[in-house]
Design a protein around this ligand. Structure first.
Ligand SMILES: C[S@@+](CC[C@H](N)C(=O)[O-])C[C@H]1O[C@@H](n2cnc3c(N)ncnc32)[C@H](O)[C@@H]1O
Length: 252
């Protein structure tokens, strides 16, 4: 998994965000090195990002995007051959845009550190219904084949717990296969059983072919069960990539 750095414009398109949505308190989970919160802040939007990497790498995460993407350029070009070119003209343009976005992220995390909270699904450091709208891009389904359904189920419930109105997730396809996540309907049924309605909505964003749908969870009627001791019985997330920082030995 690359740490990515998508822009405010991409978030607007991926999550079909209206001006009304942007008037609400928003959580970006996982924020990675995206510039959504930084650019949202410039527009007066009340947004917060959470990511497990913020516990260790903060401003440095922005540098990682730049260096890691250049380090993995060939792989990126190979993996995205045949992708829709309306957002990035090629791999070099993607690296250029992510670098620019990650610089906005770096400046903002330094200037407004309280907007970037360290935390990991499936247990977030926020009380119930802390945000009106929770956005989650390129994690739960994109890497669902590696994360496993037990983790996904717990993560979806956790995102719903901290949302007052809605959770929006994009995309619902698996990055490695380009297919819709095979457990999607099962997970939706489990959510329905917990009192969370969901719907799929086509959006005006497509990079990986076929990845143009978001899943919307309606959380207004959801009453999460009382929490047990932190971490108790929670499935673990993916292990941290042990070679992630290897490229720094070359580029520093
Ligand atoms: C592909 S990036 C997406 C970042 C951003 N949403 C975007 O679209 O540019 C995935 C991010 O998920 C974070 N991550 C992975 N597992 C996580 C977990 N269990 N809880 C929170 N963040 C996690 C990684 O640190 C990484 O920054």
């Amino acid at each position: 998994m690359l740490v990515s750095a998508r822009s405010f414009a991409e978030y607007r398109a991926m999550f079909a965000l209206t001006d009304r949505d942007l008037g609400r308190r928003i959580l970006d989970c996982p924020g990675g090195a995206a510039s959504f919160v930084a650019e949202a802040g410039q527009r007066g939007v009340d947004a917060v990002a959470v990511d497990r990497e913020y516990a260790v790498h903060r401003e440095e995460l922005g540098l990682l995007v730049e260096r890691e993407s250049s380090f993995k350029r060939e792989l990126l070009a190979e993996q995205t051959a045949g992708f829709n070119r309306s957002w990035y003209s090629d791999a070099d343009d993607q690296i250029r845009q992510w670098t620019a976005n990650s610089r906005l992220f770096r400046a903002d995390i330094a200037a407004r550190p309280e907007r970037y909270v360290a935390g990991a699904l499936p247990e977030l450091p926020f009380s119930d219904r802390s945000f009106d709208l929770v956005l989650s891009s390129h994690l739960v389904f994109s890497y669902g084949n590696r994360l496993g359904e037990e983790f996904q189920q717990a993560a979806l419930l956790e995102l719903a717990r901290v949302a007052r109105r809605e959770v929006r997730l994009f995309p619902v396809t698996v990055y490695d296969t380009g297919e819709r996540h095979p457990g999607l309907e099962r997970l939706r049924e489990e959510l329905a059983g917990a009192g969370i309605d969901s719907r799929l909505e086509r959006v005006r964003y497509e990079f990986q072919p076929g990845a143009d749908e978001m899943l919307v969870l309606g959380c207004t009627g959801y009453r999460p069960p009382a929490r047990t001791a932190p971490g108790a019985g929670r499935p673990g997330a993916m292990p941290v990539d042990p070679v992630r920082w290897r490229h720094r030995e070359r580029s520093d």
